[in-house]
Design a protein around this ligand. Structure first.
Ligand code: 8Y7
Length: 278
């Protein structure tokens, strides 16, 4: 049993204004933002230690890159990447582990090994995915995306991006609840960059209240993304850190409850200073 809403409430009680910080752990050789530097297990372990020391509340373990054009990973390969890492973290730390996957089998296995949050960029649309979450009592992040990974950035189109994203996420949340999921186990995410132009991303970010005004917590992930680079005239991945931190802080000031970031130390420092001086 794990309620993301209760976890968010506990964090806020400890420290006024502070969101839950999810640190990104990519266990993929082709992950764009770390160039695969975390594939060897000792490097993965160092990254976990450094994110926890910097104040990450949740470690998001992902074995398949979902960036536009990334290669698909076979089920067995994905399991071989993520399960040993989950086991290793679980044995040593009592942090919350999130599994970043859209595959039902990976969700089930990760939950068996102690993952408490399913972070699914496909919003649990795979067969059996909702049942895995309901039967195990874990929480879920439902994210919006338009189209398929390989082609989602080719020609994103919306009549109204705010209405479409809000409507989709509410529909998925209601679908989960209809299958027995408690409402306090659901967090919503607009899915920045997933089938969205820079203009769509900007409109969504500027109007985050279309999600924060609903009765679910909200997660935002913009860390090191293309949208940050586009605003910063093509900044390289490592040149996107300050912009990513600014966006994370602004998201929290706009009422977002959880941020998904690569640069945990930089983000937590910025949030701490912000919450003291606000
Ligand atoms: C997001 C995500 C990615 C996001 C949630 C990247 C797995 C691309 N982005 N999950 N995953 N929200 N919930 O740049 O925005 O990290 S992968």
């Amino acid at each position: 049993m794990f309620s993301i809403q209760s976890f968010i409430d506990e964090k806020r009680q400890q420290q006024e204004g502070m969101p839950v910080v999810m640190g990104i752990l990519n266990v993929t050789p082709d992950s764009f933002s770390d160039g695969g530097q975390f594939v060897s297990s000792s490097a993965v372990e160092r990254q976990v230690l450094s994110m926890l020391a910097a104040g990450a509340d949740v470690i998001d373990v992902g074995g398949e890159s979902t960036r536009p054009g990334a290669k698909k990973v076979a089920l067995t390969e994905e399991l071989e990447r993520v399960i040993p890492v989950i086991e290793w973290i679980k044995k040593r730390f009592d942090t919350v582990i999130s599994i970043d996957t859209y595959k039902t089998e990976v969700m089930q296995e990760a939950v068996n090994y102690g993952a408490q949050l399913i972070n699914d960029v496909n919003a649990l649309q795979a067969d059996g995915a909702i049942a895995v979450a309901v039967n195990s009592g874990v929480s879920v992040c439902l994210m919006h995306k338009q189209g398929e990974f390989s082609s989602m950035q080719e020609a994103p189109f919306y009549n109204d991006v705010l209405v479409d994203v809000q409507g989709f996420l509410l529909e998925r949340a209601h679908c989960c609840e209809a299958q027995g999921m408690a409402k306090n186990k659901i967090i919503l995410d607009p899915g920045f960059g997933f089938g969205k132009t820079l203009a769509h991303n900007e409109e969504l970010f500027q109007n985050l209240e279309v999600l924060t005004a609903l009765s679910y917590p909200v997660l935002v992930g913009v860390s090191r993304k293309r949208m940050i680079a586009d605003i910063l005239n093509g900044a390289t991945v490592l040149e996107r850190v300050s912009g990513s931190v600014a966006a994370a802080v602004l998201a929290v000031l706009k009422g977002v409850n959880m941020v998904r970031v690569h640069d945990v130390k930089e983000t937590v420092d910025a949030l701490n200073v912000t919450m003291r001086l606000i």
